[in-house]
Design a protein around this ligand. Sequence first.
Ligand code: AMP
Length: 104
Amino acid sequence: MSIFTKIINREIPSTIIYEDEKIIVIKDIKPLAKTHLLIIPKKEIPTINDLEEVDRELLSEMFFVAKKVAKDLKIDEWYQLHFNVWEKWWQEVMHIHMHLLSNS
Ligand code: AMP
């Protein structure tokens, strides 16, 4: 079970910004910008390389949630979205998540 699934299950604490039946958005514990959020599907998919056809809609939903959260937080003028894929270094948590970073 990934650390993000433990957060989703409320087994470990986190600052939750948004949640619906498929997605949760939390504050990153080690922010790299003034706002650093993680948009996480509740389905535990290890990496982008593990995506399947059935996940198309879920991935699309993640972008719409990013847009909504950025608008709600009034940081929608300037922000970055990114995924890391590389388990040896860049990807620390093996449960896909989109980073949303903004300094506004
Ligand atoms: P990545 O390198 O793309 O896998 O990013 C994983 C991110 O998860 C990092 O930016 C971490 O700071 C963040 N992170 C790890 N554990 C937690 C946690 N318990 N709560 C919030 N963010 C976390």
